[in-house]
Design a protein. Sequence first.
Length: 304
Amino acid sequence: MEMVATSCPHFTGLRPTLHTPRSQSFLQHINSQIRLSSPRKPCRAVAAMAGSGKFFVGGNWKCNGTKDSITKLVSDLNSAKLESDVDVVVSPPFVYLDMVSSSLTDRIKVSAQNSWIGKGGAFTGEISVEQLKDIGCKWVIHGHSERRHIIGEDDQFIGKKAAYALNEGLGVIACIGELLEEREAGKTFDVCFRQLKAFADVVPSWDNVVIAYEPVWAIGTGKVATPQQAQEVHVAVRIWLKKNVSEEVASKTRIIYGGSVNGSNCGELAKQEDIDGFLVGGASLKGPEFATIVNSVTSKKVAA
Ligand code: PGA
Protein backbone atom coordinates (compact mmCIF):
# COMPACT_ATOMS: atom_id res chain seq x y z
CA MET A 1 0.00 0.00 0.00
CA GLU A 2 1.21 3.46 -0.69
CA MET A 3 1.60 5.78 2.28
CA VAL A 4 -0.73 8.61 1.49
CA ALA A 5 -0.33 12.34 1.37
CA THR A 6 -0.52 15.66 3.26
CA SER A 7 -2.44 17.74 5.67
CA CYS A 8 -3.68 15.99 8.76
CA PRO A 9 -3.65 18.89 11.19
CA HIS A 10 -4.29 16.92 14.36
CA PHE A 11 -1.29 14.66 13.70
CA THR A 12 1.39 17.27 13.48
CA GLY A 13 5.02 16.55 12.88
CA LEU A 14 4.63 13.61 10.57
CA ARG A 15 5.60 13.48 6.96
CA PRO A 16 4.10 16.69 5.56
CA THR A 17 3.46 15.15 2.18
CA LEU A 18 0.91 12.72 3.53
CA HIS A 19 -2.63 13.43 2.49
CA THR A 20 -5.92 12.16 3.78
CA PRO A 21 -8.71 11.21 1.45
CA ARG A 22 -11.49 13.72 1.96
CA SER A 23 -14.12 11.38 3.25
CA GLN A 24 -11.90 9.63 5.82
CA SER A 25 -9.64 10.63 8.65
CA PHE A 26 -6.01 9.70 8.22
CA LEU A 27 -6.36 6.98 10.81
CA GLN A 28 -9.55 5.57 9.31
CA HIS A 29 -7.86 5.44 5.96
CA ILE A 30 -4.68 3.87 7.24
CA ASN A 31 -6.69 1.43 9.36
CA SER A 32 -8.75 0.41 6.37
CA GLN A 33 -5.51 -0.54 4.67
CA ILE A 34 -4.35 -2.70 7.52
CA ARG A 35 -7.39 -4.84 8.20
CA LEU A 36 -5.51 -8.05 8.00
CA SER A 37 -7.26 -11.08 6.68
CA SER A 38 -5.35 -13.66 8.72
CA PRO A 39 -7.55 -15.10 11.45
CA ARG A 40 -7.28 -13.63 14.92
CA LYS A 41 -6.86 -15.90 17.90
CA PRO A 42 -10.47 -16.70 18.72
CA CYS A 43 -10.00 -17.02 22.49
CA ARG A 44 -8.86 -13.49 23.26
CA ALA A 45 -11.66 -11.38 24.64
CA VAL A 46 -9.96 -8.26 23.48
CA ALA A 47 -11.57 -5.28 21.85
CA ALA A 48 -8.92 -2.78 20.91
CA MET A 49 -6.36 -5.03 19.32
CA ALA A 50 -5.35 -4.94 15.67
CA GLY A 51 -2.43 -7.33 16.05
CA SER A 52 -2.95 -10.94 17.08
CA GLY A 53 0.01 -11.19 19.44
CA LYS A 54 -0.19 -11.30 23.22
CA PHE A 55 0.18 -8.03 25.15
CA PHE A 56 3.85 -7.51 26.06
CA VAL A 57 5.31 -5.30 28.77
CA GLY A 58 9.04 -4.86 29.30
CA GLY A 59 10.78 -3.02 32.12
CA ASN A 60 14.08 -1.47 31.06
CA TRP A 61 16.00 -0.75 34.26
CA LYS A 62 18.86 0.83 32.30
CA CYS A 63 21.96 1.68 34.37
CA ASN A 64 20.02 1.90 37.65
CA GLY A 65 19.94 0.03 40.93
CA THR A 66 22.07 -1.47 43.65
CA LYS A 67 21.97 -4.93 45.21
CA ASP A 68 19.63 -3.58 47.87
CA SER A 69 17.23 -1.70 45.62
CA ILE A 70 17.10 -4.57 43.13
CA THR A 71 16.40 -7.12 45.86
CA LYS A 72 13.44 -4.98 46.95
CA LEU A 73 12.22 -4.54 43.37
CA VAL A 74 12.40 -8.29 42.70
CA SER A 75 10.50 -8.98 45.91
CA ASP A 76 7.78 -6.47 44.91
CA LEU A 77 7.52 -8.03 41.46
CA ASN A 78 7.35 -11.53 42.89
CA SER A 79 4.40 -10.60 45.05
CA ALA A 80 2.59 -8.47 42.43
CA LYS A 81 -0.70 -9.68 40.99
CA LEU A 82 -0.24 -9.73 37.24
CA GLU A 83 -2.89 -10.37 34.59
CA SER A 84 -2.22 -13.71 32.93
CA ASP A 85 -2.71 -12.53 29.36
CA VAL A 86 0.56 -10.57 29.21
CA ASP A 87 4.18 -11.45 28.47
CA VAL A 88 6.24 -9.69 31.13
CA VAL A 89 9.98 -9.09 30.87
CA VAL A 90 12.46 -7.08 32.92
CA SER A 91 15.87 -5.93 31.83
CA PRO A 92 18.34 -5.37 34.69
CA PRO A 93 21.89 -4.07 34.29
CA PHE A 94 24.33 -6.84 33.30
CA VAL A 95 25.95 -7.15 36.73
CA TYR A 96 22.61 -8.01 38.35
CA LEU A 97 21.23 -10.24 35.58
CA ASP A 98 22.22 -13.51 37.23
CA MET A 99 20.94 -12.43 40.62
CA VAL A 100 17.60 -11.33 39.15
CA SER A 101 17.30 -14.34 36.93
CA SER A 102 17.73 -16.69 39.89
CA SER A 103 15.48 -14.82 42.34
CA LEU A 104 12.63 -13.63 40.11
CA THR A 105 9.45 -15.63 39.65
CA ASP A 106 9.24 -17.67 36.42
CA ARG A 107 6.20 -15.61 35.53
CA ILE A 108 8.53 -12.78 34.52
CA LYS A 109 11.29 -13.34 31.97
CA VAL A 110 14.66 -11.65 31.99
CA SER A 111 16.18 -9.59 29.19
CA ALA A 112 19.65 -8.15 28.64
CA GLN A 113 20.09 -4.54 27.57
CA ASN A 114 22.66 -5.40 24.91
CA SER A 115 24.63 -8.31 23.48
CA TRP A 116 27.75 -8.78 21.40
CA ILE A 117 27.56 -9.05 17.64
CA GLY A 118 28.85 -12.64 17.49
CA LYS A 119 30.38 -15.45 19.48
CA GLY A 120 32.35 -14.47 22.58
CA GLY A 121 36.14 -14.26 22.72
CA ALA A 122 38.67 -11.45 22.92
CA PHE A 123 36.15 -8.60 23.10
CA THR A 124 36.90 -6.68 26.28
CA GLY A 125 33.80 -5.32 27.96
CA GLU A 126 31.31 -7.25 25.85
CA ILE A 127 28.78 -9.93 26.84
CA SER A 128 27.92 -12.76 24.47
CA VAL A 129 24.52 -14.17 23.64
CA GLU A 130 25.78 -17.59 24.75
CA GLN A 131 26.61 -16.19 28.20
CA LEU A 132 23.20 -14.55 28.44
CA LYS A 133 21.48 -17.83 27.63
CA ASP A 134 23.70 -19.58 30.15
CA ILE A 135 22.22 -17.51 33.00
CA GLY A 136 18.63 -17.90 31.84
CA CYS A 137 18.13 -14.76 29.79
CA LYS A 138 15.37 -15.02 27.18
CA TRP A 139 15.43 -11.58 25.56
CA VAL A 140 17.74 -8.76 24.60
CA ILE A 141 17.04 -5.12 23.74
CA HIS A 142 18.63 -3.75 20.56
CA GLY A 143 18.41 -0.37 18.88
CA HIS A 144 17.54 1.56 22.02
CA SER A 145 17.90 5.30 21.40
CA GLU A 146 20.45 5.65 24.18
CA ARG A 147 22.71 3.20 22.37
CA ARG A 148 22.02 4.82 19.00
CA HIS A 149 22.47 8.43 20.07
CA ILE A 150 24.77 8.33 23.11
CA ILE A 151 26.95 5.31 22.32
CA GLY A 152 26.79 5.87 18.56
CA GLU A 153 25.55 2.50 17.28
CA ASP A 154 24.31 2.60 13.69
CA ASP A 155 21.50 0.72 11.95
CA GLN A 156 23.78 -1.93 10.46
CA PHE A 157 25.60 -2.71 13.69
CA ILE A 158 22.30 -2.94 15.55
CA GLY A 159 20.86 -5.20 12.84
CA LYS A 160 23.81 -7.57 13.06
CA LYS A 161 23.56 -7.85 16.81
CA ALA A 162 19.82 -8.50 16.58
CA ALA A 163 20.30 -11.13 13.89
CA TYR A 164 22.96 -12.96 15.87
CA ALA A 165 20.82 -12.99 19.02
CA LEU A 166 17.79 -14.28 17.09
CA ASN A 167 19.83 -16.95 15.34
CA GLU A 168 21.01 -18.14 18.75
CA GLY A 169 17.48 -18.28 20.15
CA LEU A 170 17.08 -15.07 22.13
CA GLY A 171 14.03 -12.89 21.59
CA VAL A 172 14.80 -9.34 20.48
CA ILE A 173 13.07 -6.14 21.55
CA ALA A 174 13.89 -4.06 18.48
CA CYS A 175 13.65 -0.34 19.22
CA ILE A 176 12.96 2.37 16.70
CA GLY A 177 12.03 6.02 17.05
CA GLU A 178 12.64 9.55 15.86
CA LEU A 179 14.40 12.51 17.48
CA LEU A 180 12.37 15.65 18.17
CA GLU A 181 13.98 17.52 15.27
CA GLU A 182 13.19 14.62 12.95
CA ARG A 183 9.53 14.71 14.02
CA GLU A 184 9.43 18.47 13.57
CA ALA A 185 10.95 18.11 10.12
CA GLY A 186 8.19 15.66 9.18
CA LYS A 187 10.59 12.73 9.03
CA THR A 188 9.05 10.45 11.65
CA PHE A 189 7.99 7.75 9.21
CA ASP A 190 11.20 7.97 7.19
CA VAL A 191 13.33 7.45 10.28
CA CYS A 192 11.22 4.65 11.71
CA PHE A 193 11.01 2.82 8.39
CA ARG A 194 14.75 3.14 7.83
CA GLN A 195 15.48 1.68 11.26
CA LEU A 196 12.88 -1.04 10.69
CA LYS A 197 14.38 -1.95 7.33
CA ALA A 198 17.81 -2.41 8.92
CA PHE A 199 16.24 -5.06 11.16
CA ALA A 200 14.14 -6.55 8.34
CA ASP A 201 17.17 -6.90 6.08
CA VAL A 202 18.90 -9.30 8.46
CA VAL A 203 16.50 -10.99 10.87
CA PRO A 204 16.15 -14.72 10.19
CA SER A 205 12.51 -14.69 11.28
CA TRP A 206 10.11 -12.33 13.04
CA ASP A 207 8.80 -14.99 15.43
CA ASN A 208 10.80 -13.71 18.41
CA VAL A 209 10.88 -10.02 17.59
CA VAL A 210 8.90 -7.36 19.44
CA ILE A 211 9.10 -3.87 17.92
CA ALA A 212 9.29 -1.02 20.41
CA TYR A 213 8.34 2.37 19.02
CA GLU A 214 10.04 4.87 21.31
CA PRO A 215 10.05 8.48 20.16
CA VAL A 216 13.32 9.83 21.52
CA TRP A 217 11.72 13.08 22.67
CA ALA A 218 9.44 11.05 24.96
CA ILE A 219 12.11 8.93 26.63
CA GLY A 220 12.86 9.93 30.20
CA THR A 221 11.36 13.37 29.61
CA GLY A 222 7.93 12.96 31.17
CA LYS A 223 6.55 14.04 27.78
CA VAL A 224 4.59 10.99 26.72
CA ALA A 225 3.29 10.72 23.14
CA THR A 226 -0.45 11.16 22.96
CA PRO A 227 -2.36 7.92 22.32
CA GLN A 228 -3.10 9.26 18.81
CA GLN A 229 0.54 10.09 18.08
CA ALA A 230 1.61 6.62 19.17
CA GLN A 231 -1.24 4.81 17.36
CA GLU A 232 -0.48 6.69 14.18
CA VAL A 233 3.10 5.42 14.07
CA HIS A 234 2.16 1.93 15.24
CA VAL A 235 -0.36 1.48 12.47
CA ALA A 236 2.15 2.80 9.95
CA VAL A 237 4.69 0.26 11.20
CA ARG A 238 2.13 -2.51 10.84
CA ILE A 239 1.40 -1.42 7.28
CA TRP A 240 5.13 -1.31 6.56
CA LEU A 241 5.48 -4.89 7.81
CA LYS A 242 2.54 -5.99 5.71
CA LYS A 243 3.98 -4.41 2.62
CA ASN A 244 7.63 -5.29 3.14
CA VAL A 245 7.56 -8.56 5.08
CA SER A 246 4.20 -10.33 5.08
CA GLU A 247 0.62 -10.00 6.19
CA GLU A 248 1.17 -12.70 8.78
CA VAL A 249 4.17 -10.95 10.33
CA ALA A 250 2.25 -7.66 10.35
CA SER A 251 -0.55 -9.29 12.26
CA LYS A 252 1.51 -11.32 14.72
CA THR A 253 4.36 -8.95 15.60
CA ARG A 254 3.84 -7.05 18.80
CA ILE A 255 4.38 -3.30 18.41
CA ILE A 256 4.87 -1.79 21.85
CA TYR A 257 5.20 1.84 22.84
CA GLY A 258 7.92 3.34 25.04
CA GLY A 259 8.60 6.85 26.32
CA SER A 260 7.42 8.18 29.69
CA VAL A 261 4.81 5.46 30.17
CA ASN A 262 3.56 5.39 33.74
CA GLY A 263 0.75 4.07 35.88
CA SER A 264 -1.49 7.01 35.00
CA ASN A 265 -1.13 7.20 31.22
CA CYS A 266 -0.87 3.48 30.34
CA GLY A 267 -4.62 2.82 30.31
CA GLU A 268 -5.42 5.35 27.58
CA LEU A 269 -2.42 4.25 25.52
CA ALA A 270 -3.36 0.58 25.85
CA LYS A 271 -6.80 1.27 24.39
CA GLN A 272 -5.25 2.07 21.03
CA GLU A 273 -5.73 -0.75 18.58
CA ASP A 274 -2.14 -1.07 17.46
CA ILE A 275 -0.45 -0.61 20.84
CA ASP A 276 0.38 -4.15 21.90
CA GLY A 277 2.16 -3.29 25.13
CA PHE A 278 4.92 -1.10 26.51
CA LEU A 279 8.63 -0.73 27.08
CA VAL A 280 8.95 1.12 30.37
CA GLY A 281 12.01 2.85 31.80
CA GLY A 282 11.67 4.99 34.93
CA ALA A 283 8.31 3.59 36.04
CA SER A 284 9.61 0.02 35.84
CA LEU A 285 11.85 0.70 38.84
CA LYS A 286 8.78 0.74 41.06
CA GLY A 287 7.21 -2.71 41.41
CA PRO A 288 3.59 -1.68 42.09
CA GLU A 289 3.57 0.91 39.29
CA PHE A 290 5.10 -1.56 36.84
CA ALA A 291 2.36 -4.04 37.81
CA THR A 292 -0.26 -1.38 37.05
CA ILE A 293 1.26 -0.95 33.59
CA VAL A 294 1.29 -4.72 32.99
CA ASN A 295 -2.35 -4.87 34.05
CA SER A 296 -3.37 -2.08 31.66
CA VAL A 297 -4.11 -4.96 29.29
CA THR A 298 -7.55 -4.85 30.94
CA SER A 299 -8.17 -1.56 29.10
CA LYS A 300 -8.28 -3.64 25.93
CA LYS A 301 -10.77 -6.16 27.20
CA VAL A 302 -14.31 -6.15 25.98
CA ALA A 303 -16.74 -4.90 28.57
CA ALA A 304 -18.89 -7.81 29.66
P1 PGA B 1 11.14 6.00 30.10
O1 PGA B 1 12.13 5.09 29.22
O2 PGA B 1 9.92 5.15 30.41
O3 PGA B 1 11.93 6.34 31.35
O4 PGA B 1 10.80 7.19 29.29
C1 PGA B 1 11.65 4.23 28.24
C2 PGA B 1 12.77 3.50 27.56
O5 PGA B 1 13.84 4.09 27.37
O6 PGA B 1 12.65 2.31 27.22
